[in-house]
Design a protein around this ligand. Sequence first.
Ligand SMILES: C/C=C/C(=O)SCCNC(=O)CCNC(=O)[C@H](O)C(C)(C)COP(=O)(O)OP(=O)(O)OC[C@H]1O[C@@H](n2cnc3c(N)ncnc32)[C@H](O)[C@@H]1OP(=O)(O)O
Length: 263
Amino acid sequence: MEDLVLRHDSGHVARLTLNDPTRFNVLSLEMIDALAEAFRQIESDEHIRAVILSAHGKAFSVGHDLRQMQASRSDEDAGRAAFERLFSRCAGMMQMIPALPQPVIAEVQGIATAAGCQLVAACDLAVAAETARFGVNGVDIGLFCSTPMVALTRAVPAKAAFELLVTGDFIDAERAQQLGLISRVVPAAGLSDEAMRLAQKIATKLPAAVRMGKRAFHDQLRLGLSDAYDSASGTICENLMLPDTNEGISAFLEKRKPAWASD
Ligand SMILES: C/C=C/C(=O)SCCNC(=O)CCNC(=O)[C@H](O)C(C)(C)COP(=O)(O)OP(=O)(O)OC[C@H]1O[C@@H](n2cnc3c(N)ncnc32)[C@H](O)[C@@H]1OP(=O)(O)O
């Protein structure tokens, strides 16, 4: 059987690709575990400075595998245990994304719905083809998508999130960008290049500053205003003490390009 998640490194950028195109990249338990394993390997890979999460085929992902879920239901007790395992493993995998030291860019070429949309929302950045579509349409089959809701409400305004959740309507890439679910929209033919350009740009920045910055970004989102400033102040002091940041500031003042010692 082919790997469900492919990894291809290009310089300091790791591209992960969901590779179950004939099943529209369903987030089956196996796909969730394969993604979690890929994230675990990247987490400890000091060489990697940015990650692209892309997908093969027509859909980015159509969410959890309804066939697998339906099969689990057949035994009521075992079914509930299987659902608990699925959602617990999925929540763990989704939370690995903000916890990764490297920024993760979703590259969305087609439909991203339900848990597939959750995956996009959980990424730090997202680039989409003009033809991509986004939705959380579980409600159409009687399933309010409460777990996708968690990432969605952290990515888009509450009323927009609730409308998607409660209507099951799909939105196009332009609307998804207006809402902040994705950060860039490009013609389909240029999608991979655009995601790579963005990843490579991030990879040229001081890696320690990006790692610290990503951690600080997510930490402060969980805090009240005063605690957020305390947390951010701690990070910026730590950042300023880095020798490479000293070099960055000196290089600016001396009108030259910085030469990072850690490069
Ligand atoms: C908390 C819960 C979270 C969740 O993630 S639960 C899962 C929620 N997901 C959904 O409800 C999405 C269901 N799928 C759809 O609504 C539609 O599909 C799409 C709008 C995504 C695409 O529509 P179209 O382009 O017309 O394709 P098509 O003919 O409906 O589907 C193609 C094949 O893909 C299978 N499929 C689609 N989604 C799923 C899924 N989530 N789990 C398992 N199979 C799925 C279909 O059955 C079919 O298969 P075949 O070609 O054999 O007839």
